[in-house]
Design a protein around this ligand. Structure first.
Ligand code: DOR
Ligand code: ZN
Length: 346
């Protein structure tokens, strides 16, 4: 039994930092032990242009703790108005690492998302030629599709066609939640990969719905049944290069979640790597954690691995019940849960 594990410093390939005073909380939380974070562009006014990304990046960096080398990696938000010039500029910038597709209305601040996917074909073509990564929120949003089927329908209805038409476009299927997504990513080529969140590895819909609704487990794509959870655990812990860490940590004030119309998102950063460590430990493959959290993502994004290391120690501790946030508080993912692993910070 191992009691300590030293890893190449991990990165988070999917996080929501929000803006303004939220950055006081989210940036130090992201920079605590991750080397880099892919920053989602779904602000109230989405990050559509390279100039938006540049200004947002500066606001983020102003909140970086002194001495920290953590880097935000920026993303543009695709809309019906995104142009090829936006893509070329993004590639040229050196700090925009991907472009994100949200279907209109799929999730928090996605009203400006894309109304009709096929309209983006010229943009996908430009991205393929520029070798800029496409990140996909893979859900359909039509009212006839059951919310639990949104991801698998998206794969069949859209992703298969995109893959056929743009075979060398690098795509990350974000926060996958189903056995169908796992299988589709596994059977595909090296141009397709996927991020997996801690909540989709640790929980299924029973955790969210049995014995009373647990609003702090409500996220999108929604938690699925346990067979899907098991498929995700197998994919993440199985040593494949195609799956990597993306927490989707997303802050929402407690009252916005504990509401008659609660919003979607889990704030996992107070214990992110430790939550993944629980999953890998339970699967008895702690030796696969480093590839998932520190290697596969960097390689897919064609970035160097981090040069420093961090150490996880077997030490029991409890995830905080709440943390202060913008005059309110956040109930983090797994609040009050006892964990067995802890990152030892210098
Ligand atoms: O649960 C989610 N929360 N899913 C998303 O796709 C967005 C995120 C947020 O921004 O809160
Ligand atoms: Zn997200």
């Amino acid at each position: 039994m191992i009691n300590q594990l030293t890893l190449i410093q991990p990165d988070d390939w999917h996080v929501h930092l929000r803006d303004n005073e939220a950055l006081d909380v989210t940036v130090p939380a992201a920079a605590r032990y991750f080397g880099r974070s892919i920053v989602m562009p779904n602000l109230k006014m989405p990050v559509r242009k390279v100039t938006d990304a540049s200004r947002y990046r500066q606001r983020i960096l102003q909140h970086r703790p002194k001495g920290s080398k953590w880097l935000p990696l920026m993303v543009l938000y695709l809309t019906d108005d995104t142009s090829k010039e936006d893509i070329f500029e993004a590639k040229k910038s050196g700090f925009v690492h991907a472009v994100k597709y949200y279907p209109a209305g799929a999730t928090t601040n996605s009203a400006n998302g894309v109304s009709q996917l096929t309209r983006l074909d010229p943009i996908f073509d430009a991205m393929q030629n520029s070798d800029l990564v496409l990140q996909i929120h893979g859900e359909v949003t039509d009212e006839n599709t059951d919310i639990f089927d949104r991801e698998s329908v998206f794969i069949d209805r859209h992703l298969r066609r995109i893959k056929e038409q743009f075979p060398e476009l690098r795509i990350v299927l974000e926060h996958i939640t189903t056995a169908q997504a796992v299988q589709y990513v596994e059977e595909n080529d090296r141009y397709l990969s996927a991020t997996i969140t801690p909540q989709h590895l640790l929980y299924n819909r029973n955790h969210m719905l049995v014995g009373g609704i647990q609003p702090h487990l409500y996220c999108l794509p929604i938690l699925k049944r346990d067979t899907h959870q098991k498929a995700l655990v197998k994919a993440a812990t199985g040593g494949s290069k195609k799956f990597f860490l993306g927490t989707d940590s997303a802050p929402h004030a407690m009252e916005a979640k504990e509401s008659a119309c609660g919003c979607a998102g889990c704030f996992s950063h107070p214990a992110a790597l430790e939550l993944y460590a629980e999953v890998f430990d339970q699967a008895d493959v702690m030796h696969h954690l480093e590839a998932f959290s520190s290697i596969n993502g960097a390689q897919f994004y064609q970035l160097p691995l981090n040069e420093s290391q961090i150490t996880l120690v077997k030490e029991s501790w409890t995830v905080p019940h709440e943390i202060p946030y913008c005059g309110s508080k956040i109930v983090p993912l797994a609040a009050g849960t006892k964990l067995n692993w802890k990152v030892k910070l210098p």
